[in-house]
Write a protein that binds this ligand. Structure first.
Ligand code: ADP
Ligand code: MG
Ligand code: ZN
Length: 557
C-alpha cells in the first residue's frame, strides 16, 4: 500500500520525496491506526490525509474550521485531478444538497466540512449513507480548551464517528504541540498516544528577536525600508491598529494590503489575494489573517504588539520562511502590551478559563523578557526537552556583556517578602522606588527598610526588572483578578547568596554599604529564609514576624 502512496505523491502532487513525518503518518493511517500528527505550520500536514484518502476506498471527511480556505484547498485538489468538494455556510441550500447527493453517490475522494455541520442531525444521517474510511481532523487543537482556538463543535466529531455504520479511522492534525493539548486531542478522539507522530518544532531558518524600549513605528518604518520588496506580515493587536498602520504605510509608498474581521468578505478576499499573488508585498493584519494560508516566500513576520500567548505567537510567526530560506520573526514589545491583553482577557465572557489565559499571558511576557535563547524558549514551551541555544536569535546574537544584578535582585525580593508576598508587581515597584502613593502609605510600606532603596530608578524600569526576575523564575506570580508576586524557590537561593543573577540591561542603583539600611535588611531576610527552610512548606512571614523570628535566632551565619 505504501509504494502506492509514494507514486501518488509524485503523480498528483509533483513532489519527489516525503518530508519529515509525512511517511510515518501515512504508514500509521494505512496500517489501520488512529493517529495524531503534530507538525509545525508549513510542515506539510495536508498530504498526510490527502494521500490516504486516495489510497483508501470511499470518501474521506476532512473537518476544517477555515471556511475561507476550504475552497482553495478543494480547487487545488481538483486542479491535480482529485475529486473533492466542500460543504459549509458559504454554499446555498440547493448547492449544499447537490454536493451531499453527489457525495452519497461516491463522487468525491475528499469532502471538507465545517465542524458546525456535525451539530445537525440531518447531516449526520447524510454521512451515514456515505462510505467513510477516514475522518481527518485538521487544526485539531480546536478540540481542546487548552488550545488557542477552542471550538465547541469539535466536540461532536467523536460522536459522529461512533454513529457511522462502519467506524472510520481518525487522523488528527495540528501545529500545537503542548503536551496538555495533545492529551486532550487523543482523549477526545480515542487515539492511542503511542500513535503520535511529532516532528521537531525547531525552524532552523527562522531567527527570532524581541525589540523593547524603542519607538515601534520608527523601528518598523526603518525595517521596511531595509527590506523593500520582500514579502512580510505585520500583525497588530486591534482592527483600529491595523487601519492606522495600513494608512501610515501607504503614505510611505509601501505596497500594502490589510486584513481584519471588521472588513466585508469580498474586501478581505481581495486583500488576501493581492498578498498571496505578490501584488502587495506587506500584509497588515489582525490575528484573523493567516491560518492555513500557503505562501512560501514570506521573509518576515513582525508583531507590532505582543500577542496573547505563545501558541498564537509561534503559529503566526511560523508563517515566515515556509520555503526554507532564512526569515525573521520580530516582536515589538512594550510593557503596556501586557495590560492590553489582560484587559482583553478580562473582557472575554468565559470566566472559567481566565486563570489559564492569564498564566499563558505571563509566559508570553516571559518570552519578551528572557535573555536566554528565544528559539529554545519556544521549544521548551512546546514540550521539547533536548534543546540547545540556536545561535541565531536576537538574544544569542546580543553582544552586550552581562552585568551582575544579584544585589538588585536581592533588594526586590527582600522587599517582596517584607510586603508579605500578597501584592502585585506595580505596588512593589512603587515601594522600592519610594513612591508617596496613598496605598503605599496607608499600608505602612513607607516604614519598611526596603522603602525607596531603588529610588534612583523609575517605577517602570523597576517593574520591568521584576518582569525579568519572573522570566528567570526567581519570582513567581499567582494569577487572579489581582495577581500577586512571591519569591520562588530559585529566588531564595539568590537571597541566600547561593546563586548570582546576570542581566544585559543594567539596573543602576546606589551601592550597598555596611551602614546602608538595605544591608541590615538583607541580612535579616536571609536569616529568616534560612530558618524557614526548616519549616516546610516555605512559610511566608510578615515584616513584623520576620523581626520577631530574627530576634529569637541564635547568632549564627
Ligand atoms: P501545514 O498544513 O502543515 O501548515 P501544508 O499542508 O499547507 O502545511 O503544506 C505546506 C507546503 O508544503 C505546501 O506548499 C505544500 O505543497 C508543501 N509540501 C507538502 N509536502 C511536501 C513534500 N513532500 N515536498 C515538497 N513540498 C511539500
Ligand atoms: Mg494545514
Ligand atoms: Zn537563540
Amino acid at each position: 500500500m505504501f509504494e502506492q502512496a509514494l507514486s501518488l505523491l509524485k503523480t498528483h502532487f509533483g513532489y519527489s520525496s516525503f518530508r519529515n513525518g509525512q511517511e510515518q503518518a501515512i504508514r500509521s493511517v494505512l496500517s489501520g491506526e488512529n493517529t495524531i500528527c503534530v507538525m509545525p505550520t508549513g510542515g506539510g500536514k495536508s498530504i498526510c490525509y490527502q494521500i490516504p484518502a486516495l489510497v483508501l476506498p470511499g470518501t474521506t471527511i476532512v473537518i476544517s474550521p477555515l471556511i475561507s480556505l476550504m475552497k482553495d484547498q478543494v480547487d487545488t485538489l481538483n486542479q491535480v485531478g482529485i475529486p473533492a468538494a466542500f460543504i459549509n455556510s458559504s454554499l446555498s441550500f440547493s448547492e449544499a444538497t447537490r454536493k451531499i447527493n453527489e457525495a452519497k453517490s461516491g463522487k468525491y475522494k475528499l469532502l471538507y466540512i465545517a465542524p458546525e455541520r456535525l451539530e445537525s442531525y440531518d447531516f449526520i444521517e447524510d454521512l451515514r449513507q456515505m462510505d467513510i474510511p477516514l475522518v481527518a481532523v485538521d487544526e485539531a487543537h480546536c478540540i481542546s480548551q487548552w488550545g488557542h482556538d477552542f471550538r465547541p463543535s469539535y466536540r461532536h466529531i467523536q460522536q459522529m464517528a461512533n454513529n457511522l455504520p462502519q467506524k472510520p479511522l481518525v487522523l488528527a492534525l495540528t501545529a500545537t504541540a503542548t503536551p496538555r493539548v495533545r492529551e486532550d486531542i487523543c482523549h477526545s478522539l480515542q487515539i492511542d498516544q503511542a500513535n503520535s507522530i511529532i516532528t521537531g518544532f525547531e525552524r532552523v531558518n527562522l531567527s527570532f528577536s524581541v525589540i523593547k524600549g524603542q519607538d515601534r513605528l520608527k523601528f518598523l518604518l526603518d525595517y521596511l525600508k531595509k527590506n523593500q520588496r520582500e514579502a512580510g506580515i505585520i500583525y497588530a493587536a486591534t482592527r483600529k491598529n491595523v487601519d492606522q498602520l495600513y494608512e501610515r504605510l501607504r503614505k510611505e509608498q509601501i505596497n500594502v494590503a490589510r486584513y481584519h474581521a471588521g472588513m466585508g468578505d469580498a474586501d478581505r478576499a481581495r486583500e488576501q489575494e493581492r498578498f498571496l499573488e505578490d501584488k502587495a508585498s506587506v500584509m497588515v493584519a489582525t490575528s484573523a489573517f493567516g491560518m492555513g494560508i500557503d505562501k512560501s516566500n514570506i521573509r518576515f513576520v513582525v508583531h507590532f504588539q505582543m500577542p496573547k500567548n505563545m501558541e498564537s505567537y509561534y503559529q503566526e510567526a511560523g508563517r515566515a520562511g515556509r520555503d526554507g530560506l532564512d526569515s525573521e520573526c520580530i516582536l515589538l514589545y512594550s510593557s503596556q502590551d501586557v495590560q492590553v491583553q489582560r484587559f482583553l482577557i478580562d473582557q472575554s465572557s468565559d470566566r472559567s478559563r481566565m486563570t489559564q489565559e492569564l498564566e499563558k499571558l505571563q509566559l508570553m511576557a516571559d518570552y519578551c523578557h528572557t535573555e536566554n535563547c528565544l528559539q529554545e524558549f519556544i521549544l521548551k514551551y512546546f514540550g521539547e526537552t533536548e534543546t540547545e541555544s540556536c545561535g541565531r536569535c536576537g538574544n544569542c546574537l546580543d553582544s552586550r556583556t552581562r552585568i551582575d544584578v544579584t544585589k538588585e535582585a536581592q533588594m526586590v525580593m527582600s522587599c517582596v517578602i517584607r510586603m508579605g508576598q500578597r501584592f502585585g508587581k506595580n505596588l512593589t515597584a512603587q515601594v522600592l522606588t519610594g513612591s508617596k502613593n496613598k496605598k503605599v502609605t496607608e499600608l505602612g510600606f513607607d516604614q519598611l527598610t526596603t522603602y525607596g532603596i531603588m529610588k534612583n530608578q523609575g517605577a517602570k524600569e523597576v517593574g520591568e526588572f521584576i518582569e525579568f526576575l519572573i522570566s528567570q523564575e526567581l519570582i513567581a506570580i499567582e494569577q487572579g483578578q489581582f495577581p500577586t508576586i512571591f519569591v520562588a524557590p530559585k529566588g531564595k537561593d539568590v537571597l541566600l547568596g547561593k546563586q548570582q543573577v546576570y542581566r544585559r540591561e543594567a539596573v543602576q542603583v546606589k551601592q550597598v554599604s555596611k551602614n546602608d539600611p538595605l544591608f541590615e535588611s538583607l541580612r535579616e531576610v536571609r536569616k529568616s529564609i534560612a530558618e524557614a527552610e526548616q519549616v516546610p512548606p516555605f512559610v511566608i512571614f510578615s515584616d513584623a514576624s520576620l523581626k520577631d523570628m530574627c530576634a529569637k535566632q541564635p547568632k549564627t551565619n
